[in-house]
Design a protein around this ligand. Structure first.
Ligand code: HSE
Length: 313
């Protein structure tokens, strides 16, 4: 932030990272920010302008995303104004999206967090970061993508009373994330409907230990733990039929030297952590998916320690 709250502005730019939620065993709890960014830029417009006409979307989702009040950025901005009990002035919104839609890399969370943070700035920062997180969780429905999008690094979300609390950790010398992004979408809602209402206790126990080990690995730099710690019994097995090639891509990544691998969020992106051989791991994942007829784009992404950042222009 390079301006005091309430100062006049021409443009406010909010840059929000992509996120990988769950990270294997941490269903609805763990999330990690990745260095791939969406931008939400707002500009003051005259009182006579129709704000819905002043909304552009570039990059991912440009042909399909709604403009106007149904747009997730606009809805999130309206939610912040409502919580602050004030009216949002007319603003033009420009979205520049690099995060692919409905692929398990947190595109909707980036829109929500971008809108929440932008509105809070426009209004002179009436809400705290905790308030913004609570609003974003309410809109998204689960906390594990919005938390790292807002805060950066590794986030651990946990239930406390009625709401969600969040602990942000700075990963120690983190490995890089190799992602294979299939060319089809998985709607999170559908992926959630695939989950059973209850799971065997032994599976829950396995996940508790692995999730704790995974957090320990990132906190201490013990990335040799990831191979076992990223295994999951709570959601990946139930979603495999929605993500053809998931198991094969994970196995190929591990065979090629990945430290650990999992489904990113609710998929279909498969994520592998790597300390070396990133290109070979990416190629192995791509080939494993291609063998099943799935075309995927691969990328190597750094872990992003910064959450949503604001610049006044
Ligand atoms: N924890 C959520 C899920 C993340 O797996 O449904 C969605 O990206």
């Amino acid at each position: 932030m390079n301006r005091e709250p309430g100062q006049p502005y021409e443009h406010i730019r909010v840059v929000v990272p992509a996120t990988a939620a769950n990270l294997g065993p941490g269903f609805d709890s763990l999330g990690l920010a990745l260095a791939l960014f969406n931008t939400v830029q707002v500009a003051a417009v005259g009182p006579d302008s129709c704000p819905d006409a002043v909304h552009t979307v570039e990059g991912e989702g440009a042909p399909t995303l709604p403009r106007g009040p149904d747009n997730l950025v606009r809805r999130s901005m309206a939610a912040v104004a409502a919580r602050a009990g004030v009216e949002l002035p007319a603003v033009a919104v420009r979205q520049v999206n690099a995060i692919p839609l409905a692929r398990g890399l947190g595109s909707s969370s980036a829109a929500i967090v971008g809108g929440c943070v932008a509105a809070n700035e426009v209004l002179g920062r009436p809400l705290s970061q905790d308030d913004l997180l609570a609003i974003a969780v309410e809109i998204e429905g689960h906390p594990d993508n919005v938390a790292p999008a807002l805060l950066g690094g590794l986030t651990v979300c946990y239930a406390a009373g009625e709401g969600a609390r969040c602990l942000r950790l700075e990963p120690l010398d983190p490995p890089r994330a190799v992602v294979a992004v299939p060319d089809y979408e998985v709607e999170t809602e559908k992926a959630r409907q695939a989950l059973p209402p209850s799971v065997p206790r032994r599976d829950a126990v396995l996940n508790v230990g692995r999730a704790a080990a995974l957090v320990g690995a990132f906190a201490t730099g013990r990335y040799d733990l990831l191979r076992a710690a990223m295994d999951d019994r709570l959601h990946q097995p139930y979603r495999a039929h929605l993500v053809p090639g998931m198991d094969e891509a994970i196995a190929a990544a591990l065979d090629a030297g990945a430290l650990g691998a999992c489904l990113s969020g609710s998929g279909p992106t498969v994520l592998a952590f790597a300390a070396a051989q990133e290109d070979a791991i990416a190629e192995a994942m791509k080939q494993a998916l291609a063998a099943l007829g799935v075309t995927a784009a691969t990328r190597v992404l750094d872990v992003c320690l910064q959450g949503a950042t604001v610049t006044y222009l």
